[in-house]
Design a protein around this ligand. Structure first.
Ligand code: NDP
Length: 331
């Protein structure tokens, strides 16, 4: 069983006198910076000079170019798109990694696949929230926090775990429980969810829309039934509280029987592609593919996105949004 850390296991005072540099003020970067500042940590931001730079300044942070931010920070958090991290690291961070500094990631990708190879004279750690950035911030402001996986890849100072736990506390992660993991485990699990679970969910909705509209159901009714009512938000809220099957009694018996009696029809079909995704993740084939995609200027990515947002389901969603008031905020 994984070890779990809570607030009581971490001391914020470990960070006294240290400056945390947040490189990248995007989804995670902004949430991390705001949470840490509210927890009393000294934070500065590193970014290229564009809209994120100005957003950070607007939020009251000191913002520096990436190399200066690295040079002026004791703890450097690399909160940039994974496929770009090694480029930014090589250009701006590496030369500024003085002995004893700490490099922190929100996802293990760059270390797991050897894209970044930090010198042995620094600490390397992972604080990977299981939550999108807006949620990391929102939960913190509500007095709660996002759950996270923690790992130390290199402990040069002998203080890496204490510093990491203090960061996790400042971010709100230890309020609910942060699990001890490894760069390998975190990376592979995260990629698996993205590449073997989410595609099944997305394709289920797309194919459902195609079949139902072909069968003559109205686009509005289909979209409301599948997605727009927000019912699934409530279901997944209950999944978190009661468990995947524990929440089933909240549905009608008709629904429970319908769900349970049809699971087997689908499990056989998804097993093979799921195992293929896992193999691509473990062998590094996916990471190579992603880096090549970045090098090619994201040609395939743009094509895939174009196709996805032009799926008939998306057009129907837009039409429904203009007609039906969606009660998301109530849920
Ligand atoms: P974002 O895509 O939101 O990062 C955007 C930031 O990266 C901006 O500050 C942007 O600056 C900067 N950036 C983009 N391109 C470059 C470049 N070429 N050179 C320098 N800076 C650049 O990233 P996320 O916050 O989504 O992800 C950050 C890390 O967090 C990743 O490791 C990710 O896996 C991890 N993570 C993300 C989660 C999420 O929900 N998004 C969840 C858990 C972990 P600008 O645009 O100004 O150039």
């Amino acid at each position: 069983m994984a070890e779990v850390f809570y607030d009581k296991d971490a001391e914020l005072s470990v960070l006294n006198g240290l400056t945390v540099g947040i490189l990248g003020y995007g989804n995670q970067g902004r949430a991390w910076a705001l949470n840490m500042r509210d927890s009393g940590v000294k934070v500065l931001i590193g970014n290229i000079q564009d809209e994120y730079w100005f957003k950070a300044e607007e939020d009251g942070f000191k913002v520096l170019p990436l190399d200066q931010a690295s040079a002026n920070s004791d703890i450097i958090c690399l909160l940039l798109p994974d496929e770009l991290q090694s480029i930014v690291y090589g250009e701006y961070v590496e030369a500024n990694l003085a002995e004893g500094k700490m490099l922190v990631f929100a996802h293990g990708f760059s270390i797991r696949y050897g894209l970044i190879k930090p010198p042995t004279s620094v600490d390397v750690a992972l604080a990977a929230p299981r939550m999108i950035g807006s949620g990391v911030r929102r939960l913190y402001t509500l007095g709660s926090g996002a759950p996270a996986l923690l790992a130390v890849g290199q402990d040069y100072s002998g203080m890496a775990w204490r510093k990491l736990l203090a960061l996790a506390k400042a971010l709100g992660f230890t309020r609910v429980g942060a699990l001890k993991s490894s760069f390998k485990e975190e990376t592979e699990l995260d990629l698996f969810t993205e590449q073997a679970v989410m595609p099944i969910i997305l394709s289920a909705f797309m194919k459902a829309y195609e079949i139902l509209s072909e069968a003559g159901y109205s686009p509005e009714a289909i979209i409301l039934e599948l997605l727009a009512s927000g019912e699934l938000i409530e279901v997944f809220r209950q999944v978190c509280k009661l468990g995947l099957m524990g929440q089933l009694p909240l549905h009608s018996r008709t629904s429970q029987y319908g769900q349970l009696s049809r699971i087997q029809r689908f499990t056989g079909i998804v097993e093979k592609p799921m195992r293929l995704s896992l193999e691509e993740i473990k062998s590094g084939r996916f990471s190579t593919e992603l880096i090549l995609e970045q090098k090619s200027g994201y040609i395939n990515f743009r094509k895939l996105m174009e196709e996805a947002i032009n799926h008939p389901l998306c057009h129907a969603e837009n039409a429904v949004k203009s007609k039906v008031k969606i009660p998301y905020e109530v849920l």
